[in-house]
Design a protein around this ligand. Structure first.
Ligand SMILES: [Zn+2]
Length: 222
């Protein structure tokens, strides 16, 4: 089976209008997101490449990875990127009871806040952590409802890079990706070991392609 970058169909967006799929704008803005970090070397590499293009992004962090790599997490926030919650242990929503799922998110939240308060960034730059992305895109209606009651915005995506797939055909994927990304797109990458080879190919090319066309890359702030 060949995977190519996929754009979320309109029907999914319409079925779940309370979730964020993209940002409505007529400006040349792209919202890159990176899931599953912080990961040694890969996240720092990602930050460096983003920096070269003056690009800001959003990192949906796994709480346990934040706990294990606090210095990398601090690099993310110090460089002005947004951070979101991606559960503490990368749980699948459909396979976990609401309480278990929410407890795990809470645990990630506490870890993230702990590391933010440990950082030396000035108060006015402290990021608001009110974004949540469900691992595997799996979340039940009741889990989603509870999270929104707690003040979270649930962020899905407009374009999926499939960067974690080891069979990805790189050149085709890049072409496909740039044909799907548009103004206000939320694009999913992974700063994970699994995705690193594909990410290292795709990310600089995407940044290059859209920078040339006058696009800017911004963090999600809601
Ligand atoms: Zn994930």
């Amino acid at each position: 089976m060949t995977f190519t970058p996929v754009k979320t169909p309109l029907i999914a967006k319409k079925l779940f209008p309370n979730y964020i799929w993209d940002v409505s704008t007529n400006k040349k803005i792209i919202y890159l997101t990176f899931d599953d970090g912080p990961t040694p070397e890969i996240t720092d590499w990602t930050l460096e490449v983003l920096n070269q293009y003056n690009a800001k992004a959003t990192f949906f962090c796994i709480g346990n990875n934040v706990k294990n790599h606090p210095e990398i997490f601090q690099n993310i926030i110090r460089q002005g990127h947004a951070v979101g919650n991606h559960t503490h242990n990368h749980l699948k929503g459909w396979q976990n009871l609401v309480e278990v799922y929410l407890d795990n998110i809470k645990k990630a939240e506490e870890t993230i806040h702990h590391e933010i308060s440990n950082s030396s960034i000035p108060n006015y730059e402290v990021p608001v952590v009110n974004l949540f992305r469900p691992p595997y895109g799996q979340i039940t209606l009741s889990q989603g409802k509870k999270l929104m009651e707690l003040g979270y915005h649930i962020v899905m995506w407009d374009v999926l890079s499939y960067d974690w797939n080891k069979d990805l055909k790189l050149e085709n994927s890049f072409k496909n990706l740039i044909s799907k990304i548009t103004k206000g797109s939320i694009v999913v990458f992974h700063d994970s070991i699994k995705a690193s080879k594909n990410l290292q190919y795709l990310l600089p090319k995407v940044l290059d392609h859209f920078s040339e066309k006058g696009y800017v890359f911004k963090p999600l702030t809601i």
